[in-house]
Design a binder for this molecule. Structure first.
Ligand code: ZN
Length: 134
């Protein structure tokens, strides 16, 4: 059901201030920057092998990422597993008694379909399913 670790989401105050560490010090190629209105974030994707680092900057004070930063400061926000059939993966998890934040997939960065599990069902680790768009 899960293919690999698609990305790790990291909450940052500012993409501009955070990108140089990942791009220049860690030498990860910057795949692109994109606004995701659904989640009120600006997202920078950096490639590391088959996986990515997803830097998340709030684009509004009401963004879930803004609330996360207020509470926890910058740091790891979620991990995302790659799936080829997100609807089937959600159905499987619900069949296992897992609570979902998203019962139906929504739009993520780069045309992906995504859904979050409820952290109460995943040991406090915010977990995302991600079906790549291409
Ligand atoms: Zn993500």
């Amino acid at each position: 059901m899960l293919h690999n670790l698609n990305h790790i989401g990291i909450a940052v105050q500012s993409l501009e201030a955070s990108i140089p560490f990942y791009r220049d010090a860690l030498t990860l190629p910057l795949a692109g920057i994109e606004e995701v209105p659904d989640q009120q974030v600006r997202v920078a994707m950096l490639q590391v092998g088959e996986s990515k680092i997803e830097l998340l900057e709030p684009s509004s004070p009401d963004s879930p990422i803004a609330r996360f930063l207020e509470k926890n400061g910058p740091g790891i926000h979620h991990i995302a597993y790659e799936v080829s059939d997100i609807a089937a993966a959600i159905a499987h998890l619900k069949g296992q008694g897992v609570r979902m934040i998203d019962d139906t997939p929504r739009n993520g960065a780069h045309g992906a379909r995504i859904a979050f599990l409820h952290p109460k069902s995943s040991g406090g680790v915010l977990t995302e399913l991600c079906q790549p768009g291409h």
